[in-house]
Design a protein around this ligand. Structure first.
Ligand SMILES: C[S@@+](CC[C@H](N)C(=O)[O-])C[C@H]1O[C@@H](n2cnc3c(N)ncnc32)[C@H](O)[C@@H]1O
Length: 508
């Protein structure tokens, strides 16, 4: 499968292009240490009603989804002010603060149910997103981290898996005492923990930092993450305030994640537009200002760009399209998930698909890079065949067999679930190996890398993909289009397209 690469610009070969584009992961296996920690934690709780608790927690998440659906269909002021009002009437537990209701409360029974049923899936989604951050920003090291709405620490666990022994300090913001206790209990056997401080709110973190000598320095975290929490904050206004506060506490990278639902995707999209708008306005103001007093601010990185999933910083092309931006991570169900999820008598599948929406911001302007296909030349199938030696025909035949329709999300091909004690065949170590082999080639942050935003349609010698892409070199504008790749026109890219999955990058 040889691509003729220009002699002058040799940024990629067919193989390195493929490796750099890959961001999706196959079926993820939650690491043994986390599965063990969850198992031990649940055992220590001696809760007789786990199945019922898990089912109630799941019902309450569904009730929030329903309330949010009402919200999209309604313009009623009271619903916009507080979409959880209706849920509140039916037993959802709000956190009261000086500012009113600011989120949902997790008591012990909900916390235990969360650890057993949701944490493995949320952890897997966090792991997927942070792995991409590591690949796209190879020189970035999250030394000072803030985890907002940390819950039982799914993001913290993912952080340690992706960057082992790098993080020096972690500030956790978590209003639920029960979640805080569970999080601490889960990490009690881990070694080389960073300095961890827990706070109940952003205000108490800020207050504490104000009172400390090194407060100013410690106010800035080079990684801030908020996973699956913004959707629990009732009003749009409060959510945006929190997003602004989180951005203010971010020195370098901010990661926001939500469930992959229309509402979750909306929240991400609103946060995206707001931060980009704020930073554009700030850059304009600073550029205009000749005042030397603003020098201090000028030393801070000005502007913001999106590291992932968006290949551009323009208006989201999916806004008002009736589609919503989300991705999926498949994971092998852990024993706790298998034990406590309701299955109505039907055996549960060994895996589940966690859908999530996310955005990763970085301070500073988007780096300007050549587009990945610039300088590459591709033969058509006919040209490729004309150049072949007789012995190459055999590998061409292999390639044809290899390119029969395939779908990694095919049930029959799934790795069978094994117990938590026997480490399954598909380990996170093998993931790590795969990552090391890909480390040398990575997709840069230039605007030439589009994103495959739904499952590609693969039919014989033709692949159709929905791709979100930049429409200019600066990445200030973008669009969403269907890309069709055929084997006859470009066998190299067709080969890559056949192996591409939802969430992978697509080069232009
Ligand atoms: C669905 S859990 C997600 C927990 C964790 N981030 C994860 O990814 O597993 C939502 C968490 O957000 C917390 N939360 C809700 N409202 C909050 C608020 N206003 N400020 C901070 N945390 C909040 C809840 O206590 C809960 O622990």
């Amino acid at each position: 499968m040889a691509a003729a690469v220009s002699e002058t610009v040799q940024r990629f070969t067919a193989e390195t292009l493929k490796a750099a584009s890959k961001q999706s992961k196959g079926c993820y296996v939650v690491p043994l240490r986390l599965r063990r920690a969850i198992k031990n934690y649940i055992r220590d709780q001696e809760d007789q009603h786990m199945k019922r608790n898990v089912s109630r927690l799941s019902e309450s998440f569904n009730a929030i989804k329903d309330a949010n659906l009402q919200l999209t269909a309604s313009t009623a002021r009271e619903l916009i002010e507080d979409p959880l009002k209706y849920v509140g009437c039916s037993q959802r537990w709000k956190i009261k603060s000086n500012y009113g209701d600011i989120g949902l409360k997790y008591r012990d029974d909900q916390t235990i149910a969360y650890v057993a049923s949701r944490m493995p899936a949320v952890f897997s989604a966090c792991h997927r997103v942070l792995t991409e951050v590591k690949r796209r920003l190879p020189n970035f090291e999250p030394t000072r981290v803030l985890d907002f709405g940390a819950g039982t620490g799914s993001a913290f666990w993912a952080l340690r898996e992706v960057w082992p022994n790098v993080t020096k300090s972690v500030n956790l913001i978590e209003p639920s005492q029960s979640m805080q206790r569970a999080g601490l209990s889960l990490i009690k056997d881990l070694k080389n923990l960073p300095d961890i401080q827990s706070y109940g709110s952003i205000q108490s973190l800020s207050q504490n930092l104000k009172n400390r000598k090194d407060g100013k320095k410690n106010r800035k975290h080079n990684l801030v993450i908020a996973s699956y929490v913004l959707g629990e904050i009732p009003s749009f206004k409060d959510r945006i305030t929190i997003v602004r506060q989180l951005w203010d506490l971010t020195e370098d990278v901010l990661v926001l994640m939500e469930p992959g639902t229309p509402h979750g995707s909306d929240i991400i999209s609103q946060a995206r537009s707001h931060i980009l708008w704020m930073e554009k306005r700030r850059s304009r103001k600073l550029a205009k200002s000749s005042n030397q007093g603003s020098k201090d601010i000028m030393t801070e990185k000005c502007g913001a760009h999106i590291v992932a999933p968006c290949p551009h910083d323009g208006v989201c092309p999916l806004d008002n399209s009736g589609k919503y931006c989300h991705f999926v991570q498949r994971l092998q169900r852990t024993t706790s998930q298998l034990a406590y999820k309701q299955s109505n008598g039907i055996p549960l599948r060994g895996f589940e698909d966690e859908k999530f929406s996310y955005v990763v911001f970085r301070r500073g302007p988007r780096p300007s890079e050549a587009w990945p296909l610039d300088g590459m030349k591709f033969d058509t199938l006919k040209e490729q065949r004309d150049k072949m030696n007789p012995e190459d025909f055999e590998s061409d035949y292999d390639d044809q067999i290899d390119s029969e329709p395939e779908d990694i999300f095919d049930d029959k091909k799934m790795i069978k679930y094994e117990s938590d004690i026997n480490e399954p065949y598909f380990t996170s170590e093998s993931d790590a190996e795969e990552e090391t082999s890909q480390e040398t080639t990575r997709a840069d942050l230039g605007s030439g890398w589009g994103r495959i935003i739904f499952s590609p349609i693969k039919r014989g010698k033709r692949v159709e993909m929905d791709v979100c892409r930049a429409t200019n070199n600066e990445g200030t504008e973008g669009c969403f289009e269907r890309v069709i790749v055929t084997k006859s026109k470009n066998p190299t890219l067709h080969h890559q397209a056949r192996r591409s999955l939802w969430g992978d990058l697509w080069p232009f």
